[in-house]
Ligand binder design. Structure first.
Ligand code: HEM
Length: 351
């Protein structure tokens, strides 16, 4: 993002967010960056990306067949394609798992990545290899797009609302300053930034209908009879915009959460971007941290404005319908650096 050729240029924001979210999740799950310091993706990374996008494609066809039964004939279950996809995914994951097992054997200790945690606990909890592969891919598919989408919507709101952007930047400047970059340890001193992330997740939950739940008994909820076996979707998007629950619900105003601390991890039913109950998102806190971290870095490092000739209020905020809700028109913006140049260099990290 910070390179002379990007100066004053209109950037497709999601291209960068996708790359960061990909790195975040692969580092957490596998302790691996598949992208080098020059932004070049290696062979394993290309295979990884291809598997992710193929999985999304197959998942979408499955969802269609599942939810619109009378259209099922149009989306025949491609069993062959699923089997091939599974085999490809397992091959790559096994290779990475073997690398980790070897590394643990040679170093004598366990590295702190999700794959190491699972492999170290394999015997104790009787986890099969298939279960470990399944858990790793749950984390990857559930954690990558959700975080990138949330940040894209948040950035659109921040460009539409320069007052909020400036206020978040002033907080970052006073807490982090101009001589270093933000770290997770700064979060507790950045309450406004945290409220910005929360307000973005209120107005733009990336999974607006959560995940489908199936009623395992006949129940009555809010006066509606739900027969056993029904698929139930909870519209958390609509609840978070309900004027009966929120003052000026359509306004992007992070201050509302400084005035009233509303839980967003399943305890306050007005705000449920991560769902609630037994199947609540297990990655909620990680998701919040990743979104806060991406937003903090983007705001500390750059001032964001719409492309030349576009007014902030003209940014298209319509949604692309789907299980996960992308912006229909991907956000484009201009990023002006605001820190000394040495703070934009990539730093090698021990992963
Ligand atoms: C902003 C980021 C995220 C949002 C908004 C989000 C939202 C959600 C929602 C709404 C559900 C369904 C809950 C329900 O139906 O009750 C869910 C499930 C899940 N999420 Fe997340 N998520 C995020 C990030 C993550 C991350 C980072 C991970 C893991 C690394 C993760 C892992 C999962 C898993 C494994 C499930 C399925 C849980 C189950 O079915 O028992 N999520 N998420």
């Amino acid at each position: 993002m910070f390179s002379p050729e990007n100066n004053g240029k209109t950037l497709l924001v999601k291209k960068y967010l996708g790359a960061v979210a990909f790195n975040n999740i692969t580092r957490l799950a596998f302790g691996k960056r598949f992208v080098n310091a020059e932004g070049i993706i290696d062979e394993q990374g290309l295979e990884f990306k291809a598997i992710v996008s193929n999985g999304l494609k197959l998942g979408a066809s499955l969802a269609m067949a599942e939810h619109i039964p009378w259209l099922r004939w149009m989306f025949p279950l491609e069993e062959d394609a699923f089997a091939k996809h599974g085999a490809r995914r397992d091959r790559l994951t096994r290779a990475i798992m073997d690398e980790h097992t070897l590394a643990r054997q040679t170093s004598g200790g366990a590295k702190q990545h999700f794959v190491d945690a699972l492999l170290t606990l394999q015997e104790k909890y009787d986890l099969s290899e298939d279960t470990i592969i399944g858990l790793l891919w749950d984390m990857i598919t559930a954690g990558m797009d959700t975080t990138a989408i949330s940040v894209e919507w948040a950035m659109a709101e921040l460009i539409k609302n320069p007052r909020v952007q400036q206020k978040a930047q002033e907080e970052l400047d006073s807490v982090v300053g101009f001589e270093r970059v933000m770290t997770e340890a700064d979060f507790s001193g950045l309450p406004y930034l945290q409220c910005v992330a929360k307000e973005a997740l209120r107005l733009h939950p990336p999974t607006p209908l959560m995940l489908p739940h199936r009623a395992n008994a006949n129940v009555r909820v809010g006066g509606y009879d739900i027969p056993k076996g029904s698929n139930v979707h909870v519209n958390v998007w609509a609840i978070a915009r309900d004027p009966a629950a929120w003052k000026n619900p359509l306004e992007f105003r992070p201050e509302r959460f400084l005035e009233e601390d509303v839980d967003m991890k399943g305890h306050d039913f007005r705000l449920l971007p991560f769902g609630a109950g037994r199947r609540v998102c297990p990655g909620a806190q990680l998701g919040i941290n990743l979104v806060t971290s991406m937003l903090g870095h983007l705001l500390h490092h750059f001032c964001w404005t719409p492309p030349e000739g576009v007014k902030p209020e003209e940014i298209d905020m319509s949604e692309n319908p789907g299980l996960v809700t992308y912006m229909r028109i991907p956000l484009q913006a201009v990023a002006a650096p605001r820190l000394p140049s040495h703070l934009y260099k990539r730093v090698a990290v021990d992963i």
